[in-house]
Design a protein around this ligand. Structure first.
Ligand SMILES: O=C(O)CCC(=O)C(=O)O
Ligand SMILES: [Fe+2]
Length: 332
């Protein structure tokens, strides 16, 4: 695998990180019930500075609810292609809501085509305008999809708030630190389907090409098939194996910028070598469109000088989307 991707971080900082061959599991019950927030914050700090990823367990979201969303997601992707294409994401313009066909969004576009199909929805708040807001597109033949996916998305938004309190504490900030940056945060609830691949699997076509996530936080539910891979300090890929009852959490570029590279928005990809269909359900949450993200003064030191200029969340996110989406590339 190309090691050049990891060099994105300067070598001095990379050498300071602990290496890892497993992604840590963090029990967040003491954060939810308030019994030991600092212990959870410490575990989050290790996980996000060294791996950029963690599993969370005891998160309070019922397993049967998550299963019901996987179930409706399978039924959605089983619909005929002609029906799914009537909901195509390009019809929502820059609201980014709807269906994306295989190879329609490529996360490492110079190198890899993504063998995945997606369905994206977002908050249904008609008063908010601008990119990343707008009506969702729902299939009339599958009415349960709306209730389940939208309900799931709200549960994820609540869980994200709790996790962001833990992340704020882990950075020695007040637990309300993110509230001002996230009054109406951009968020996307995605359903993902990775068709099976067989024969020789080269980097030119895999489930999802190597990338970092763009925003603040991602909460991922995966089925039991496996295929998620996360890059360690040596540039080797570590399996994000499915662990029953957990979510996989990772931070995106905005938190890496906010922490002046102290926390890592790590490279990851999906290679589905199982020969089976794989389904996953990521929830992405960013900051407000106009929120200015700049390094926290406590993360800027003599040995880690200022690395980033302020950027708005919307500007950063839009730039990264434009590079990945065929329908935006055509419009440019
Ligand atoms: O499906 C997965 O396991 C990961 C998906 C992912 O990385 C993404 O959608 O950004
Ligand atoms: Fe990702």
């Amino acid at each position: 695998m190309s090691k050049n991707l990891v060099i994105r971080l300067d070598d001095k900082l990379r050498a300071k990180r602990d290496n890892f061959d497993k992604i840590p599991v963090v029990d967040i019950a003491p954060l939810l019930d308030g019994s030991n927030k600092q212990r959870v914050a410490q575990e989050i700090r290790w996980a996000l500075s060294n791996t950029g990823f963690m599993y969370v367990k005891n998160h309070g979201i019922p397993k049967n609810f998550v299963d019901s969303v996987f179930d409706v997601s399978r039924r959605f992707f089983d619909l005929p292609m002609s029906q799914k294409m009537t909901l195509h994401i390009s019809k929502s313009d820059v609201a980014f809501r709807g269906y994306i066909e295989p190879f329609g969004e490529n996360t490492d576009p110079g190198k890899t085509k993504d063998l995945k199909e997606c369905f994206d929805i977002g908050p249904e708040r008609p008063t908010l305008e601008g990119p990343f807001w707008g009506p969702n597109q729902w299939p009339s033949s599958l009415p349960e999809l709306r209730k389940l996916t939208y309900g799931y998305h709200q549960q994820m938004a609540n869980l994200a708030k709790i996790l962001l309190k833990g992340i704020a504490l882990s950075l020695d900030q007040s637990e309300c630190y993110f509230d001002n940056l996230m009054r109406n945060p951009i968020s996307i609830q995605r359903l993902l389907h990775y068709p099976p691949q067989s024969g020789h699997i080269g980097e030119e076509i895999i489930g999802i090409g190597a990338h970092t996530d763009y925003g603040n936080l991602t909460i991922l539910a995966q089925d039991d098939v496996g295929g998620l891979q996360v890059m360690n300090r040596d540039g080797d890929w570590v399996e994000g194996i499915p662990i029953h009852g957990t979510f996989v959490i990772n931070i995106g570029d905005l938190i890496q910028r906010l922490t002046n590279d102290v926390y890592l928005a790590n490279m990851h990809r999906v290679v589905n070598i199982s020969g089976r269909e794989r389904y996953s359900i990521p929830f992405f949450i960013d900051a407000d469109f106009n929120a200015i993200i700049e390094p926290l003064p406590s993360c800027v030191t003599n040995s880690n000088p200022l690395r980033y200029k302020p950027v708005t969340c919307g500007e950063h996110k839009f730039g990264r989307f434009a590079a990945s989406y065929a329908h935006l590339a055509k419009a440019r």
